[in-house]
Design a protein around this ligand. Structure first.
Ligand SMILES: Cc1ncc(COP(=O)(O)O)c(C=O)c1O
Length: 331
């Protein structure tokens, strides 16, 4: 772990993450073989890997500078951010409390199993609406403070101006790794990932695929991107697709299932049903409607999320159907 007074970032991951060609996937999408590259941010190293590690390097750095003894954050039951906050806490010797939406599923699966293994305490919010999770986390932090702990609230999805700085760094890696980069495609949830990329690469080079995790993500991305770059970022300049949400965040759509199968069978690349599968489905749609064209260099950001596949019953049913020879649904 390294930390300096000026730079509050702590080191939690392995950098730079690799960039790999994806020629068979490129051709299947209608691109030229050398047009498409994959940025492997699923290989960030900590706790099963994923995009949240880059943001946690900054938010945990600040927590440590403030003398925190316990990290408190919020998320869905299958939150990758919650899992990686648990891993960061373990790495840094801090306790972790996760305020999770809904009730505890039985048996626990996917990210939840790792949350337990990593030593986090889960507090279930029951019927509380998602918008009130943060208030519950703040209340819990107050109780911890009265008990003598020093809690640090890590924002939803790890996204804030500070957390998004981690993705400006990813943008700098991409500049060096992929000359002539035209478009990087990323899943868009709480906004910090896209915001950091936009801050470094410019709005015209980043295509966000909305996963339905938060209302009005464009405004959030614009605010964080402006905060990181120090330049205005009008929301209308952002390239965001909202066509892959389907019936909602945790719902598996036909195009996303097709994307999971395509990436797996062309490149041996395993995506997840909530985020990276949506990013690839959004890229496929962008090629169809001409927003991404052959002859230009495109990067698909693999932002992790594999444990969530094992906590997603609909995706597991579809994968099982494929194993036993039925065609995955295209509904
Ligand atoms: C695997 C994965 N990819 C992408 C995202 C989206 O990133 P952001 O929340 O920064 O928009 C998330 C957010 O939870 C995620 O878990």
């Amino acid at each position: 772990m390294t930390q300096t007074r000026k730079d509050r970032r702590v080191s939690l991951g392995s950098w730079p993450t690799p960039v790999e060609p994806a020629p068979r996937l490129a051709r299947a999408l209608g691109l030229n073989a050398d047009d498409l590259w994959v940025k492997r941010d699923d290989l960030t190293g900590l706790g099963g890997g994923g995009n949240k590690v880059r943001k946690l390097e900054w938010t945990c750095g600040q927590a440590l500078a403030e003398g925190a003894t316990v990290l408190v954050t919020t998320g869905a039951a299958q939150s990758n951010h919650a899992r990686l906050t648990a891993a960061a806490g373990a790495r840094l010797g801090l306790d972790v409390v996760l305020v999770l939406a809904g009730d505890p599923p039985s048996p626990a699966a996917g990210n939840l199993v790792l949350d337990g293994l990593l030593g986090a305490t889960a507090v279930w919010a029951g019927g509380l609406p998602g918008s009130e999770l943060l208030a519950k986390a703040a209340e819990l932090a107050e109780q911890l403070r009265r008990r003598g702990d020093v809690p640090a609230l890590i924002p939803f999805g790890g996204s804030s101006v500070l957390g998004a700085r981690g993705y400006a760094e990813c943008g700098r890696e991409l500049r060096a790794q992929v000359p002539a980069l035209r478009t990087v495609v990323t899943a868009l949830g709480s906004g910090g990932t896209m915001a950091g990329l936009v801050a470094e690469l410019g709005a015209e080079r980043v295509l966000g695929v909305d996963c339905g995790a938060a209302p009005d993500p464009g405004r959030t991305v614009a605010r964080f991107a402006a905060g990181v770059s120090g330049r205005p970022c009008p929301p209308e300049d952002l390239r965001i697709r909202h066509d892959q949400i389907g019936e909602g965040y945790s719902h598996l759509t036909g195009p996303v299932m097709d994307a999971l199968v395509l990436a797996a069978r062309t490149e041996g690349l395993v995506l997840d049903p909530v985020y990276t599968g949506r990013a690839l489905a959004g890229l496929a749609a962008a090629v169809r409607d001409g927003d991404v064209v052959p002859g230009e260099r495109t990067v698909l950001l693999h932002s992790g999320g594999l444990p969530g596949l094992f906590g997603h019953p609909a995706a597991l049913r579809q994968a099982e159907a494929a194993l036993y020879g039925e065609r995955p649904s295209r509904s």
